[in-house]
Ligand binder design. Sequence first.
Ligand code: ZN
Ligand code: ZN
Ligand code: ZN
Ligand code: ZN
Ligand code: ZN
Ligand code: ZN
Ligand code: ZN
Length: 1755
Amino acid sequence: MAEPSRDPPSALSADFMSFSPGDTASRWLACADLQQEVYCHLAEYVPRILCQGGGMAEHREEQREEQREELALQLLLLAPLEWFLLGGEPAAGLALLQQGGGAAALCGHVFKVGEPTYSCRECAADPTCVLCMQCFLASAHRHHRYRMTTSGGGGFCDCGDAEAWKTGPSCQNHTPADQNRETEEDPVSLLPPAVEERSCSIFSIILQYAVDLLTWEQEDQLPAGLEPPQRSDSYYCMLFNDEVHTYEQVIYTLQKAVNCSQKEAVSFATTVDRDGRKSVRFGDHQFCEQAKAVIVRSTSRQSKPLRVQVMHSALVAHQCFALKALGWLGQIIQYSDGLRRILCQVGLRPGPEGENSSLVDRLMLNDSKMWKGARNVYHQLLMNSLLMDRKFKKLFAIRFAKNYRRLQTDFMEDDHDRLVSVTALSVQLFTVPTLARMLMVEENLMMTIIRTFVDQLRHRDAQGRFQFDRYTAQQAFKFGRVQSLIGDLKYVLISPPPQWSQQLRTKFLDGFETFLDLLRCMQGMDPVVRQVGQHIEMEPEWEAAFTLQMKLTHIITMMQEWCSTDEHVLIEAYKKCLSALSQCQGGLPDGEQPISLSLAGHTVDTFRYQVSQEKVSIHLPVCRLLAGLHVLLSKTEVASRLPEQLPLGELSPHLLIELPLRCLVLCAQVHAGMWRRNGFSLINQIYYYHNVKCRVEMFDKDLAMLQVGASMMDPNHFLMIVLSRFELFHTFSAADLRRRYREANKDLAQQNTLIEEMLHLIIMVVGERYVPGVGQVELLDEVRREILHQLCIRPMAHSELVKALPENGNKETGLERVIDSVASFRKPGVTGRGLYELRPEWSKRFDLYFHHYSRADQSKAEEAQRNLRRQNGEDTALPPPRPPPLCPLFGSLVNLLQCDALLALEGAVLQWAVEPSGGGWTESMLQRVLHLVAMALLEEQQQLESSGADEDVSFTFSTRITRPGEAPSTSGSVLALLESLQNAPHLEVHKDMITWILKMVGNIKTTRERTSGSSVSVSHGRRPEESVRDKDKAERKRKAEMARLRREKVMAQMSEMQKHFINENKELFQQSMEDLEAAATATEHSPPSLEPTCVAHICVGPMRVGGAERRQLVTCILCQEEQEVRGHGRAMVLAAFIQRSTVLSKNRSRGIPDPERLDPLFMHPDLSVGVHTASCGHIMHATCWQRYFEAVQQKEQRRQQRLRGHTSYDVENGEFLCPLCECLSNTVIPLLPHACSPDRSVEHPCLETWLKRTNQQAAALGFTHRKQSHGAAQQVEPAVPDRFRVGFDPQNSFSSGVGEMINTFSMSAYKVGLKVNPNEQDPRVPVLSWSTCAYTLQSTERLLMDEKKPLFGSLPCRQDDCLSSLTRFSSACWTAAPIRTVQNHFIRLLSVLVPIPDSQLEDAPCILDVDMFHLLVYSVLSYSSLHSLDQSGRRSVDSAHLHLLHLVTVAHLVQVLLTFTTGELSMDQDGEESEEEQLTCQLYGRLRDHLGRCLPDISCGWRLWRCVRASVLPFLRTAALFFHYMNSASPPADLLGTGPGQWEALCSYLSLPSNLLLLYQNQRTLLEPLIHRWCCHPGVGQVLHGGGVLVRFPRESNRLIDLPEDYSILINQASSFTCPRSGGDKSRAPTLCLVCGCMLCSQSYCCQTEVEGEDVGACTAHTFTCGAGIGLFLRVRESQVLFVAGKTKGCFYPPPYLDDYGETDPGLKRGNPLHLCSERYQKIERLWRQHGIAEVIGHAQEANQTLVAIDWQHL
Ligand SMILES: [Zn+2]
Ligand SMILES: [Zn+2]
Ligand SMILES: [Zn+2]
Ligand SMILES: [Zn+2]
Ligand SMILES: [Zn+2]
Ligand SMILES: [Zn+2]
Ligand SMILES: [Zn+2]
C-alpha cells in the first residue's frame, strides 16, 4: 500500500509555478475599484496559504511546512503589493527610493528583551533616553560616565533625537550628511508622484484590512469582501493567554482536552504565553467545540475558566496575514521617509465616524481586547512609523493624550503586563520635553493624568482621605497598576521649562491644584492612637500609603523645581498650597482647650493636645509641600523682593508647626518605648519616615517646617510649645527641679529619652542649614556633607554611598561630582571591593548630631571619630563644626540658642549633672546640652569675627551664661556650673568637651575686650591659657608614652610564654612537622651528606632510597589520642571527598558510558571522565569516625522527621562534614605504613629474564583460571615456573580494622566513579581505586606545571597528605579483592605491551587508545598479586616496577611519535643533530616501516625530539610523583625548585637514562618485535585514518573559556541567543557554561530534560554531560556566577566583572560599566582545576541556609 500523500500544499505548488506578481499588480493598476480587487485576491489566497491545520506534525516536518508557507506568502501575497507600489520590479524600485528619499537620521532600533541599552549620565536629558549598542559605540558618550542596563523589551534607540541629549545627539552613523536637510522639508515631495499616489491607496487598503481583522470580534464571519470562494467546515480551537492560570494547570488541562503528549502541551503553553494565543486543535466545528467544552469545564472550578474560542479557519488565516501585512508595512517604510509619512497620514486620517475613528485610534482603543502577539506587532509598527516622524509624532501624541483616560481605564481592567499595553508608549511621548509641554498646554495633560489617578482610588474615609486597609485583592491589584500613572506624570515633569508662557503657567497651576487635591486625600491618612493596656490585635495596613508616598516623592520634588523657575508660579503655588493647608486644618484647634504656659519669665498661649493620647498621623504631604515652597521663597529671594505679594501675614506659625511637631514627637515617643503595644506597623512607618527613600519629602520637610515656624516666633514661645508637645513642660517648670528624681517615677527612663530627643531636635532646628534657602549653601554642599558623615562611620564602597544618598528624578545623587574632593579611593584585592576613605582634613566637619544619623550610626561614628583623634594625639572633644550662615528669612533662628527658656533648660540639666545619681539624668542629655552651648559660642565667635569694629554684636551668649539663671532654683550661672563640672570625676568622658567650651568662652571674652580697645589685656589674657594647653599636651604625651611601655611589656611576656610552650612541646612539634611534610623534607633530618653526588635520589627500582623506617605518629582530631600508623594497629583514616571529574577531558562530546557495561581497566588518552580524590587532611581513628558518622546519620533522621528539606550534605550518599573544618567529605582514606626498603641482597633480573619469567607466570595463571571456570582443560598445561605456586593464597598483612577501611574507600571509589550501587563482588572495584590514584596525581601534576611550581615541596600539607595516603592505599587495595581478579587484570594490562602466549587476549586495545600513565599505575599496582605467588624468596618486586616503567615509557614514546603532526611549521634547526635527535629519527623511521604511508615523512629529528620531549615530560613528572608517594622516596634538590636541570634530575630520579631513546636503542632486539606488534594492531590504522578519537601530545591543559573584557559584549551575545527548543523564542535566563562556552536556556520549562528520572533545568542537565555533575556558569542577565553540583546543590559566586569602583553588580542593578578582572577569573579557574567547586558550594550552603532551599535542579 502506498503511503498516503502528506503533501496538501501540492495544489498550491501549481499556483507557485504559474503565478506572476507583476501581472497581478498590473491588473490592479488597471482596475476601477482597487479595494475590491485586492480583497478578492486575499479572499482567495490567504486561507489557502495560511490554513494548513494544527501543528501536530513532527518537528522537522513542521519546520519545512513553515518554510513553504513563508515562501508562498511572500510570492503570492506580498510580492504583488510591492510590484503595485513601485510600479515594477521591487528590488530595483526600493533601491531607487532609498537613494532619492534618504533614510531617517533617527536610529529607532527597537530593543529586544535582554538587549543592552546605554544611557549617558552626563548628557542624557533623562534616564529613559537610551542608545543601542551600535550607536553607543559610535557615539561620544562611550568616553563619558555611562550606565548600562538590559532592556525589558519595547522602546527604541534615541540616537539622533536632539531633545534626548544635551550634547552629542547623533552617533557617527546617524549624523545627517548635509545639515540643510534638517529643516522641515516635507519628505513626501521627494517621492515620485505616481508612487505617492499608489502608496497612499495601497497603504490605506492594507492598513484598513489589518485593523478590521485585528479588531474583529465574530468567530464565524469575515468582514465584507473577504468571504472565501468555497467555505469549508474547518475550525481552530484557539486558546488565549491569561494571568490567572499557572503553566502547570494549562499543561494538565491541554493533555486532557486535546489528548496530546506532555511535550506538545508544554509547547502549546509556551506559545500561548509568548504570543497570547495558540490553536490547540484543528478540525470540524463539533470536534473543536468538544475540546473547548473540556477546557472550560476543567478550568472553571476554582477560578474563571481559560478563554477559548472556536474560530473559522479562514478568519484565523486572515488574522495571521494581517499581522504579516503590518510587519511588511513596517519594513517597507524604512526605505524612505516619504513612504513613512504617507503611512502616518493614512493612519491618522479621520474615518467616516468622525472623532476617534482614524485607524490608529481604532487600534489603540481596542488594545486591551487584542491578544499579545497582535499588540506587539502593531506597537512595533507605531514605533517604526508615527514615532519616527517629527511631525506625526506630535499629532499622534495629541491623539494619545485625548484618549489617555480611556486607555488607562482599559488598562486597569486588562490583565496583561504593561509592557504589552499601548499605554506603555507614554514613555516615548511624554519624555520629549517640548511634546510634554505642548500636551500640557493644549490637552491639559497634567490635570488629566492626576484626575485619572485620583478617580481610580475610590476608597475614602469620612474626611475624604484614602483608606487602603479596606482594599480587596482585586483593588490591590488595581492599585499596583495605577501606579504607572505616577510614572507618566514623572515623565511629563522630568525637565522644568526653560521659559514659561502665560498658558503654560495657567495649565501648570491648574495641574498643581489638582495635585493638591490628591495630597489632601493623603494628609492625615492612616492615623494612629497609642495603645495602652492591651497589645494591638491586628497590625494595621500601612504599606500602601507608604508606597504611594514613595512613588510621589520625586513628583513632589519636581513640582517644587518647576515652581522655583518662575516667581509668579511660585507665588501662586504658595498661595494655593497655603489655602489647601488651611482647609485641611480648618477645625484643628476646635474642641481643644486653650492653655497658658509660663517659663523663665515668658508666657505663651497654646491648646491642650497630647500625642500620647490622641490621634496622630505620619502623613502630612500638604504641610511638607508648603515647607518646601517656603524654603524656595527664601532661596529665590522672592520673599525679600516681593513681600507684598505674599500672604505671609496670614500665616500662623503656631498652626504651621503643630502637625510636623506632633509627628516628630511621635517618633521620639516610639523611641522612648511608649508605643510598644502598637506593634510593628508603627515601627516600620517610623523607619520609612527617616529612610533615604522617603525622608526628603517627610522628615526633612518636617524639620524645615519647624525652622520656618521658629524663625517667625519668639524663641521662648517656640521652646515652650515644643516642651509642651513633648509632654515635658512640667518637668522643667516645676518649682523644684531636683525633686524630679527624688520622686518615685517609674517612667523616668522614658522621660530621659524624651528629653534627649527634644534636645536633639533643638540642635537640628538651629544647626541644620545645609538646605539651599535655609542656609547659604549650594546643592553640592549638601551632598558633600552627606558623604562626609557616611565616611565618618567607616570607609565605604561606592554602592553603599549611593544607597545612603537620595536620588533625584534622574536617578542621580550628585555623588560623583564631589566624592573625589572629600575622599580617596582604595582599590580592592582579589576579594572584597573598592572603598572610599575620608580625607583627614574633612573630619573637622564632623557633626555628631547630623540629622540623618540613626542612633546606631551616631554611636559608631562617635566611636570612630574619637579613636581617630586619639590616634592623632588630639583631645577627644567632638565640638560642633562651624555652620554656614543662615539665609535672611531664617536669620532669627539663632536666637533660640540664647533665649531664656533654653538657658533655663541647660541650667537645669547641668544642675542635675553636678550630682552623680542613679537615673536622674543621662550622659547623652549632658552631651547634648554641651553641644548646644558650644553651638551658641561658635555663633557668637562667628558674628564677632564678621562684624566690623564699631558694630555691636547682638549675640551675647557668653555674657548671658555668666548671669545666674532666671529659672527657678538654679543655684548658679551656666558658666559657673560648667566650671564646677570640669573636674567632676564622674564626667571624665566629657572633660575634653567642657575644657573646649571654657577655652572658647575665654577666647570670646578676649576678642570682645580686644575689639573694645584694650589690646594689652589680649597678650596677658592669652598666656595662662596657652600654658594650660601646653600642660595639657605634655600630660597627654606622658600618658601615651606610659601606654606604649605597658604594651611592650605585655608583648615581651607573651613571646616568652610562647617560647616556653614550644620548648615544652618540642617533640610534639617536630613530630607533627615530620608528618605534615612527609618524605619531602626527610633530607633535612638526615645527617648532612658530605658527598651529595654519591647519594643518588632514586624513587623506583632496586636502587631506590626509601625513608621507610620512620615511625608515623598521628593524633585523632576526635579523641585527641596519639596513634602510630601500622598495618596491624588501630586503623586511622583521613576525611576525603571523592568525585567524578572532567577537568582534564580532551573530549567533552564522549557520551556518559553505561555504568553497568563500562570496562574501566583501560583509560582512554582523552581522559574524558576521571575520579578525583581530595582531603582536608584531618585524621581520625576509624572507630571514632564511624561513631561520628552514625551520630550524623541519626541527627539527620530526626531532622527529616521534624522538617522536610535539604542539608548542605547528603547523608544517604555517605556525605558528612569534617568534624574539625566542616569541609565536605564523602569517604575516608585509610592511613598505611610506608613501603619497606628494597631488598638489596637479591640479584635483580634483567628485562629480558624478567619478561620471560613473567610471561610464563601469566600463562600458567591464565591456564589455571580457565581450568577452574570451564572445568576440564583441553590444552596442554604450560610449564609452571620454578617455585611459583599457582593456587597460593597469600596472608593478609593488615588487621581487620585496617582491612575494613581499605574496603570502605574502595567501595566509595567504585560507587562514585561508576555511579553504581556498591557491590563488593564486582571485579572492577580495585580498578576504580587505582583510577582515582592515577587521575588525582595527573591533575595535581597539571596544576603544578601550569602554575610553574616545583614538582615537589610546593603542595599544601593537606594535599600532600592526601596524595601520599591515597597512593599507599592503592598499592595495598588489591588485598581486599579476590586475588584471581587482580591477577587477571594484570595479565590483561600486560597484554597491551607484551604478547602473552597461551591466552585469548585479543581484546587488548591498541596503544593509541590507552593512557600510558594509567597503564603504568594499574600494572605496577596489580603486579603484587602475581608476585605474591612467587615463593622463590627473591623479593624482586622493585626490579619489576622498574621494568614496567621502562616498557611503558617506550610505549609512550611510540604513542607520541605515531600521533605526531606537522602542524605548526617552525624554523628548522641548523647545525649538528644531537644524539637524541638522531635516535628519534631512527625510531620514527622504524615506525614508518611498519605503518607505511599512514605517517607523514619527517626527516627533521630536531622537531620530532622537541615534540617527544615536551610530550613525555608530563608522563615522567606524574610517574615521579607516583613512585615518590608509593615508595616514600625523598626527591633530589633540583626537583624542589624550578631551575635548570629538571629533565636530568627527573630521569635520574626515575632511574632512566637522560637520553630516553637509549631505552629503545639498548634493547632493540627485545623491543623491535613488540613495537612491530603495537603498530600492527588494527586499531592503530583505524585511529590514524580518523576512525576514532585521536589524541595528540602534548595534551594541553584545559582552561575556562575566554571572556570578553567588556561585559556588554556578553549581554549582547546573550540577547541574540534564542531558546534551542521553542523555535526562535528569546531565552529568559541565558546562561553561559564557563567550561565549554555553551549558551543555555536556563530556568525555563522549555529546556527541561529528564535526567535519571527527574526533570531538570538546562544547566543541571548540561553539567551531567559537560562536567560529570559539576558545573560553572555565568548567568548573563544577572551578572552572577553559578556553581552547581549534582541535582540538589549549588551556590552563587561573585562574578569576575567589576565596575570602576571595584564592585561587582549582581543583578545589574546599578548599571555601571563592567570590565573583566582577570585575577578574579583566574581564581575561579583555579578553583575548578583544583576540584574545589563542590567544597565551595558546601561551605556556602553551611554559611547560608537559604541556599539549601533553592531548587538548583531547575536552573
Ligand atoms: Zn541606535
Ligand atoms: Zn546612531
Ligand atoms: Zn555623554
Ligand atoms: Zn580517635
Ligand atoms: Zn577537615
Ligand atoms: Zn528554552
Ligand atoms: Zn559546558
